[in-house]
Design a protein around this ligand. Structure first.
Ligand SMILES: Nc1ncnc2c1ncn2[C@@H]1O[C@H](COP(=O)(O)OP(=O)(O)OP(=O)(O)O)[C@@H](O)[C@H]1O
Length: 761
């Protein structure tokens, strides 16, 4: 229609140069004439160039002319003035400024400045990388899941209705209607939450304000876990009690500086995929605001299993058997979902209100997927920087080393296992391969070698940095089994620290032994011995031995080329020591210890001698004044005061702090004074800031902007809301999650054994 109109009333644009589009200057010089008289179409080229131009009839608004396209064309030097010029042109064309409606009045000449091709900045790179990551993760989740959670729930419902032959048809129909209504509500509420999440990122709102903090339950390198109470239940259900939850708050800036994006996504993704699991701490919702990530989980009022070990020191064989059996079921659950936990230790098993264990802390868990590998994120950014030739200087150490981004990329390539892992390699992928298929097939093989976990519980193949598989989790279970019975772990070195512990693990054939006391049955010792073995001889499942070659393809192989089999504790479970364990009924039986809790917000299993401070309180406040320091050092002679001031001038980490403490120990003063001085250094000294792992976050010019952008864009898609049926199906789901409060007799208090709480390193 537009073309036809153009032929009837053509616009003729006379160009200064054939084939070139008119410039602002050519308009100004009166080269363009627009005639109202119909005239024969000019050459096909010129008419096609004139495009959609037509003369406005009186009363009609001006149609688009080819002038518009000039502004979007590549002509240099003009584009920066385009919006200004457009205003001028439209003013002329609508006749506002001139008496003659059919001619364009001259436009004031604009000085043409030749500008170089715009160079993308680090900001553009960051935004582009976030967008790529978001879309790849989003479409991968859409394409890789065969059954949506909704279809799974529908299947469960239909299965239950089918099995219940006594239910009349009208009741079945009613349940289906209720299910549909619940699903619709869930969809709507999830949408509302995601929309709010968008606003929150703009700093307008906060989902965290829905929860009031009751107490700090635990603290880690990530941030804190708080006990919270949900404070605005839906107005439709005013009678519903305010729910109590555990809220894990993870500070984005720390995590980004430590390049933990992959791990954080992994933790959230695992908890989402474990929806409805009996043995995994249930995730209720996850969301973020501009500074933090939040995981809202069911509160486990019995505390962690380490707490139980601390209270009881050693456990009897039957009690140990119960807990180890539950731990096995917890880990099997993770393996069934194709995840390796990689940090199995007593602190990571939590005790529910009914006394059953649930596995938690999937911060190091890994399924080999590319989106859980930090190299994937780094490569998106660094490959763009390299391609566009943008150099980022980094910090003083980078400058001293004198490497540019490309060279740093090469080093990162070695450290992270190769950037091509996350870039399409045409020699590997056929042309029709989609990028997501390609990624999924040529995912990550390097993290299979990462040395992660807590040293005392690490399997030798993990310590060696070899390719490992889910068998490493079973080694850790045997270490816990030993610890429950003997009161200490088998490889812990009293001197020489972690390094010596690792050496002991590597030499397990000679370093491993059973103490004479307490007496432990031969069967139990045989079980421990069969698991504390190199992975090829380790008791768990024969299937690992059959398919031991990492290059062979198998459906149970994860993206990283490792094996994770469901039900892979079959040989452990059939060991004679477990002969009397009813594996299928364990969850319905009463555990040896049922937490003695008075209400759902009872926290006495989390009471520590020193109350745990919230991280919002522990963020570095103003530095101490000279008067405060002088006051604190008053009892000491001048010489000691000077040395002590020197101690707090240099920032410390745990190693440096130990060194300072040794120096203080050498002072000739009483023990009390030494302890006071050590306390002084800890209190007034500054903690050394870790050097960010990412060069962009080390460079003083790019770091602030990049950090801000990543806080906004690095965790897109983090929001999740668990399906919570409101109606009659609620009772079914809650019973399956064992969340009903069982107030038990509690464990008798025994002397406290100073078992250290370990942190990941
Ligand atoms: N759902 C929960 N209910 C009750 N307490 C919890 C819950 N989740 C975590 N905690 C408490 O918070 C502590 C720290 O949580 P978590 O293990 O997730 O953090 P982490 O820093 O990753 O731990 P670590 O450094 O030991 O690996 C736990 O040991 C436990 O005491």
């Amino acid at each position: 229609m537009v073309l036809l109109k153009g032929q009837l009333e053509p616009t003729v644009v006379h160009r200064a140069q054939f084939k070139s589009r008119p410039s602002v200057i050519s308009i100004d010089r009166g080269v363009i004439e627009i005639t109202t008289e119909p005239s024969p179409p000019t050459s096909p080229e010129s008419s096609s160039n004139s495009g959609k131009s037509s003369i406005p009839r009186p009363g009609e608004s001006t149609g688009k002319t080819s002038l518009d396209s000039k502004f979007s064309s590549k002509s240099k030097g003009v584009s920066q003035h385009s919006s200004e010029n457009k205003k001028v042109v439209s003013k002329q064309a609508t006749g506002e400024g001139g008496s003659n409606e059919n001619t364009l009045a001259p436009i004031a000449e604009v000085e043409c400045v030749e500008t170089p091709e715009p160079v993308p900045t680090v900001v553009t790179i960051e935004k582009a990388a976030s967008a790529k990551v978001f879309f790849e993760c989003y479409y991968n989740s859409l394409t890789s899941v065969q059954l949506t959670p909704r279809s799974l729930r529908r299947r469960q419902l239909e299965g239950a209705l089918y099995q219940d032959s006594t239910l009349p048809q009208t009741e079945k129909d009613e349940r289906r209607r209720t299910w549909a209504k619940d699903e619709t509500d869930h969809l709507r509420e999830t949408r509302v939450m995601k929309a709010r999440s968008g606003n929150i990122m703009k700093g307008k709102d906060s989902l965290a304000s829905k929860y009031e903090v009751v107490k700090v339950l635990g603290k880690g390198s990530f941030g804190v876990v708080r006990l919270v109470r949900e404070n605005n239940r839906s107005p439709q259900e005013p009678k519903l009690k305010k729910q109590i939850y555990a809220m894990k708050v993870i500070r984005k800036s720390d995590m980004l500086r430590n390049s933990q994006e992959g791990h954080l996504r992994a933790e959230r993704d695992f908890l989402v995929s474990a929806e409805g699991s009996r043995w995994v701490v249930p995730l209720i919702t996850s969301f973020q605001d501009s500074n933090n990530l939040y995981l809202i989980m069911d509160y486990m009022p019995g505390g962690d299993f380490l707490g139980l070990l601390i209270r009881d020191n050693i456990l009897t064989e039957p009690v140990t058997k119960w807990y180890i059996a539950e731990m096995i079921l917890c880990i099997e659950e993770a393996h069934a979902l194709r995840w390796i936990h990689r940090d199995v230790k007593p602190d990571n098993f939590l005790i529910s209100a009914s006394g059953h264990l649930k596995i938690s802390d999937f911060g190091l868990a890994f399924d080999g997927h590319w989106s859980h590998d930090q190299a994937y994120y780094n490569n998106h950014r660094y490959s763009l920087l390299t391609k566009l030739g943008i150099n980022v200087e980094g910090d003083s150490i980078d400058k001293k080393e004198g490497r540019n981004v490309a060279a740093a990329m090469k080093i990162a390539h070695v450290m992270m296992g190769g950037k091509e892992r996350h870039e399409i390699n045409t020699s590997n992928g056929s042309d029709c391969d989609s990028i997501l298929n390609w990624r999924n097939r040529y995912g990550n093989r390097t993290l299979a070698r990462s040395v992660v976990g807590t040293s005392q519980y690490m399997a030798p193949e993990v310590v060696r940095g070899e390719l490992y598989d889910a068998r490493s989790d079973w080694w850790s279970v045997a270490v816990i089994l030993y610890e429950c019975l003997y009161g200490h772990t088998p490889f812990l070195a009293e001197e020489g620290g972690r390094q010596q512990t690792k050496i002991n693990i590597l030499n397990h054939k000679t370093t491993f032994s059973f103490p004479n006391k307490p007496l432990v049955s031969k069967r139990c010792q045989d079980l421990i011995r069969s698991i504390i073995q190199e992975k090829d001889h380790r008791l768990c499942s024969k299937r690992y031995k059959v398919n031991n070659h990492p290059s062979s393809t198998h459906q149970n192989q994860d993206y990283a080329g490792r094996y994770v089999y469901p039900n892979d504790a079959e040989d452990i479970k059939s060991h004679k020591w477990f002969r009397d364990v009813q594996w299928d009924r364990l969850h319905t039986m009463t555990p040896p210890f049922v937490p003695n809790i008075k209400s759902m917000d009872d926290t006495h299993y989390f009471d520590e001698e020193d109350p745990i401070s919230d991280f919002s309180e522990s963020t570095s406040g103003p530095p101490p004044t000279a008067e405060e320091i002088a006051e604190a050092l008053k009892p000491f002679p001048q010489e000691i005061q000077t040395i002590a001031k020197g101690f707090i001038e240099r920032p410390h980490n745990s190693v440096k702090l130990k060194k300072v403490e040794r120096e203080i120990d050498a002072f000739s003063m009483c023990e009390e004074q030494k302890e006071y001085l050590k306390g002084f250094v800890k209190h007034y000294g500054r903690k050394e800031k870790k050097r960010p792992r990412d060069r962009l976050l080390r460079d003083k010019d790019t770091a602030p902007k990049v950090l801000e952008l990543r806080k906004k864009g690095a965790f897109l898609g983090y929001t999740y809301r668990r399906y919570r049926p409101r109606r009659q199906s609620m009772s079914r789901s809650s019973s399956s999650r064992q969340s009903s409060v069982v107030v038990g007799s509690g464990a008798a208090k025994r002397p406290v054994w100073p078992r250290p709480r370990l942190s990941i390193h």
